[in-house]
Design a protein around this ligand. Structure first.
Ligand SMILES: [Mg+2]
Length: 381
């Protein structure tokens, strides 16, 4: 079996898919994207295709080594995301060729269903109660919210109280049997994060995410030590090497993204590394159907898995939804807050190729919002 063609598709709302074709008719799909830089990753995939065309797609690890290392300069979000999508597609091909789901190639299932959470409140969480009630009605047992919208690096008393009040509002709707996670998005500085975290503990959030920006990883251990709330991070880390300092800092939850951190191959290794620190895996995935399918395959086969993010109904999806690009949307149903393990081969989904090709003709130019503080200076989104 040889790889004969690699195509990419820029599909709304903000994703990039890749399709890897072989001479035996087996086709694999991947999602090589970093949000806001889809066109850049598309160019990286095109460059990397030189290493794959004409090759046996089932030598996945061999390809991963070459894709990540052969150009001498390594790592970072763009290259790691390009490799991630291609890696997903190679695993999809390997599973389809053997007629088995990818999780069976990863050692077989350790669970029958995967708990998922959904977003509430958007970027600027104002009216949360109704949003949470709708999520509970849809079946979810866990949600995630932003701590604040535009907020001072060193927040005022009113800003701090607002964070606590919004979490209390969500907890009141959820009750004690469901979970809420809070994303700081690196919007506070480290000292402010240390100040706010203990105030949230009485409301027992599942975890607080990105209490500091990735570039302040050297401060993460101080934040973890000062926090009674479990700390999560990882959507902006791209490899085992990136995760090691965060694990050594004592994070409770590792959040690699299957489309940013080197794909199924590398996230499996990050999960194993995390296990040696008694850290749980909660893959980041506000992305499309292939990224979610790859995440689920890892979740089915990974013992230290905690919960899966998924983007159905997320605030970014204005004009398209991940369910628009799969033939059988039932694989992503979560009637009791969990997605079920199936036996479909490869990544376990059938991509609606006609829908993908049509969407690519429209394309997108999604960018994250650029926020400012009251004085006009740059604010973290
Ligand atoms: Mg986040």
């Amino acid at each position: 079996m040889r790889i004969t063609r690699i195509e990419t598709f820029l599909v709304p709302p903000r994703w990039l898919l890749c399709r890897v074709e072989t001479d035996e008719g087996v086709v694999g799909w991947g999602e090589p994207v970093v949000e806001g830089r889809a066109a850049t990753v598309r160019a990286a995939v095109e460059e990397l295709s030189d290493l794959l065309l004409g090759e046996d797609p089932t030598a996945i690890e061999h390809h991963w080594q070459r894709l990540t290392k052969a150009a001498f300069y390594r790592g970072g979000p763009v290259l790691s995301s390009a490799v991630a999508g291609l890696d997903q597609a190679l695993w999809d091909i390997a599973g389809k060729r053997l007629g088995v789901p990818v999780y069976r190639l990863l050692g077989g299932p350790v669970r029958d269903r995967v708990r998922v959470y959904g977003w509430v409140g958007g970027d600027d969480p104002a009216q949360l109660g109704e949003a949470v009630a709708a999520r509970v009605e849809a079946g979810l047992t866990a949600v995630k919210m932003n701590a604040a919208g535009v907020v001072s690096r060193s927040p005022t008393a009113r800003e701090i109280d607002a964070v606590v009040d919004r979490l209390a509002q969500v907890r009141a709707v959820l009750g004690e049997d469901r979970d809420v996670a809070v994303d700081f998005h690196g919007r506070f500085n480290a000292a402010a994060a240390r100040r706010v975290l203990p105030l949230l503990e009485p409301l027992r959030p599942m975890f607080v995410e990105e209490p500091v920006l990735p570039e302040y990883g050297h401060l993460l251990a101080d934040v973890v030590r000062s926090s009674p709330v479990p700390i999560a991070t990882g959507e902006r880390l791209y490899s085992r090497g990136d995760f090691l300092p965060a694990l050594q800092a004592g994070i409770a939850v590792a959040q690699p993204d299957l489309s940013h951190a080197g794909g199924i191959s590398e996230v499996r290794r990050i999960a194993a590394l995390a296990e040696t620190y008694d850290t749980l895996l909660a893959p980041h995935c506000p992305l499309g159907p292939v990224a979610l399918a790859a995440s689920l395959q890892v979740a089915f086969a990974t013992p230290n898995f905690l919960i899966q993010e998924q983007s159905i109904g997320i605030h970014y999806n204005q004009d398209a939804e991940l369910l628009d690009y799969v033939v059988d949307t039932g694989v992503f149903a979560f009637p009791d807050g969990h997605m079920r393990r199936g036996e479909a081969p490869g990544l376990g989904i059938e991509v609606d190729e006609a829908a993908v090709r049509a969407a690519d003709r429209a394309g997108h130019r999604w960018r994250p919002p650029v926020w400012s503080h009251d004085d006009g200076s740059f604010a973290e989104w």
